[in-house]
Design a protein around this ligand. Structure first.
Ligand SMILES: NC(=O)c1ccc[n+]([C@@H]2O[C@H](COP(=O)([O-])OP(=O)(O)OC[C@H]3O[C@@H](n4cnc5c(N)ncnc54)[C@H](O)[C@@H]3O)[C@@H](O)[C@H]2O)c1
Length: 311
């Protein structure tokens, strides 16, 4: 049995990860400010601390003997940063709080970075690509990646940032309008509403199922065992992308609905990301990660779960 901290463990991906760690017999401490998370997501066997990561004193005895920190408690969506650019500084300071704890006891850290660092770059998106200056959200995560490298070089901290590609899954309800389009459109179709698509719907996404992402986090943590001063950032995606139109067709087919989409043209979002597609080579070679769920499989699981909840 190991003892892990999962920040953001009341959120969508963090709670999926915490559930798995607990089901495998580990002890989990969740830190979450419930901004987009929900207490309903928190596993009953987790120790739950309702707090901002910035306000946590990691010297508290509850955090003694921690074997690893999964840091996902980070403001999770680009519009949040547009509204409040000071979040860029805040998330870097929170990351420093985590890394200072990691430094003091040589605790490995795996944190959530994002495929948004590839904004403005054509796919396939690979880790050697330059990060362009595109928005606040991207700058925050890029800053976290760079600070991680500094802590690895100067203090021997071991840290991996996973660049997550469009994650969808079962525990997204609390995210509401910040949830992945797959979940939002599934809810629309189930309510008999038309999914509203920005633009012509030919934009593409590398949609990745949450359970696969959780596997990537676990593998990344394992990879850090026995390392000294290791820092890297690695894509976590499937390597296959679909258009929004294709995704809605799959949802309609699987739900047995025939609801038409509504297009908003021109696309009202400035600097809209048109395509995401992970190059998966580094993930395979470094941490041994390959996503197992095809989009059809993931949507099947999502629909099965939502039917279970409404029974
Ligand atoms: N879901 C995706 O498609 C995706 C893609 C790329 C990156 N990510 C990143 O992965 C992480 C998890 O994403 P998610 O989809 O589960 O989002 P989420 O919003 O469900 O999870 C984030 C959780 O962290 C909490 N939180 C936010 N800021 C916090 C803070 N300062 N202190 C404590 N708790 C805080 C929120 O309340 C929430 O429970 C986020 O950092 C997100 O940016 C997600």
């Amino acid at each position: 049995m190991k003892k892990y901290i999962v920040t953001g463990g009341a959120g969508f991906v963090g709670s999926t990860l915490a559930d798995r760690l607990i089901e495998e017999g580990n002890e989990v401490i969740i830190i979450d400010n419930l901004h987009t998370g929900s207490k309903e997501n928190v596993h009953p066997d987790a120790k739950f601390i309702e707090s901002d990561v910035l306000d946590i004193d990691f010297n508290d005895e509850i955090f003694e003997d921690v074997d690893g920190i999964y840091h996902l408690g980070i403001s999770s969506s680009s519009p949040m940063y547009k509204k409040d650019p000071s979040l860029v500084g805040k998330i870097i300071n929170e990351h420093i709080n985590v890394l200072e704890k990691a430094k003091s006891k040589k605790i490995p850290v795996v944190f959530a970075s994002t495929s948004s660092v590839y904004s403005g770059q054509e796919p396939h998106h690979h880790e050697k690509m330059e990060v362009l200056v595109t928005d606040y959200y991207t700058e925050g995560r890029y800053g976290m990646e760079r600070i991680s490298e500094l802590y690895a070089n100067q203090h021997g901290v071991n840290v991996i940032g996973l660049r997550l590609f469009s994650v969808y899954g079962k525990k997204e309800k609390a995210k509401k309008t910040y949830a992945n389009l797959i979940s939002q459109f599934m809810w629309d179709l189930q309510d008999g509403k038309k999914p509203v698509v920005y633009g012509d719907g030919n934009q593409t996404r590398d949609f990745t199922y949450a359970d696969d992402i959780v596997e990537a986090f676990v593998l990344a943590m394992k990879h850090l065992e026995g390392k000294n001063g290791f820092s890297d950032f690695i894509n976590a995606g499937t390597g296959k992308s679909y258009t929004i139109n294709e995704m809605i067709d799959i949802l309609n087919k699987k739900l047995g609905t025939t609801i038409e989409k509504e297009h908003v043209i021109p696309n009202p979002i400035k600097c809209y990301v048109m395509h995401t597609l992970a190059d998966t080579k580094k993930a395979k070679e470094t941490i041994g990660f390959t996503a197992k769920h095809s989009l059809e499989d993931g949507i099947d699981e999502l629909i099965k779960e939502s039917k279970k909840q409404t029974q």
